[in-house]
Design a protein around this ligand. Structure first.
Ligand code: NAD
Length: 254
């Protein structure tokens, strides 16, 4: 049997790269990202570990790149789409630069909608597809000063529910994984910023700010997130669609 193809956005680092590392053992994986050098470095890192993946320069906001994705999908190149690309900006709403707000919505809500739009016709034709959105605990609850991020991540759940209904008659599912904090570059940058703002060591930021809402007091690991994605795209999750799968160490139980 031919291997299924997985296309992952924002996969040069962090969660996307971790998902590629796990799925690469079983699937044909294309890692994509908006900058070439980190993408090539990620491919080399995986090659060093004995894993061959393809690369595609892909900005989720670029119309030309979206058209390329449509072609790739139409040619049979996308069985599984993982919408992972993301960015963060933390600021009070009254000071939030409008163009920054728009950028977060474009990358984390409009982007996933447009990639989904690009791959669905081929998935429908072949009566198979799995789409995973990397949401966040911030798809379910809010934190102050993250208005754009929270809005985009909440929106992803509405997008998934809507698309799930539109494709319900085919073997296509769309789900959103919602992790609490995961130790990646994105979070390391926030830890650094918070340490500067509050004048406290980074270890204290992790303990008192980052893990404050996570009763299990540990970061979600990239591996457990990747394993959850593997389950959701695998044969035992055919009826799981339109769901938010939460890995938050108990955050939303409070
Ligand atoms: P990361 O910064 O390591 O990875 C994000 C990737 O997205 C980067 O490689 C970046 O180049 C890429 N990207 C940014 N803009 C892009 C664009 N326009 N087109 C294509 N790629 C683009 O961060 P991460 O923590 O691995 O984040 C991955 C996803 O996980 C994001 O959607 C993020 O919101 C989500 N998430 C992260 C955490 C966490 O604690 N780290 C928690 C919940 C959800």
């Amino acid at each position: 049997m031919n291997k299924q193809h997985v296309f992952i956005t924002g996969a040069s680092s962090g969660i996307g790269l971790g998902i590629a590392r796990l799925l690469g053992q079983q699937y044909e994986v294309t890692i994509s990202d908006c900058a070439k050098a980190p993408l090539m470095a990620a491919q080399a890192e995986l090659a060093n570990e004995g894993l061959a993946v393809k690369t595609q320069l892909f900005d989720v906001c670029d119309a030309g790149h979206l058209a390329d994705l449509r072609v790739l999908a139409d040619e049979g190149g996308v069985d599984v789409l993982i919408n992972n690309a993301g960015i963060q900006h933390v600021q009070a709403i009254e000071d939030f630069p409008p163009e920054k707000f728009q950028q977060l919505i474009d990358v984390m809500l409009v982007g996933p909608a447009m990639t989904t739009r690009a791959v669905l016709p081929a998935m429908k034709k072949r009566n198979f597809g799995r789409i995973i959105n990397v949401g966040s605990v911030h798809s379910l609850v809010a934190s102050a000063y993250k208005s754009a991020y929270v809005s985009a991540k909440h929106g992803l759940l509405g997008l998934a529910k809507t698309v799930a209904l539109e494709v319900a008659s085919s073997d296509i599912t769309i789900n959103t994984v919602c992790p609490g904090y995961v130790d990646t570059d994105m979070v390391r940058n926030q830890i650094k910023q918070q340490a500067e703002v509050h004048g406290i060591p980074e270890t204290e930021v992790v303990e008192k700010i980052m893990l404050k809402n996570m009763p299990k007091k540990q970061f979600v690991s990239i591996e457990e997130l990747a394993g959850t994605v593997a389950f959701l795209i695998g044969p035992y999750a055919r009826s799981i669609t339109a769901q938010a799968i939460t890995l938050d160490g108990g955050w939303t139980a409070q």
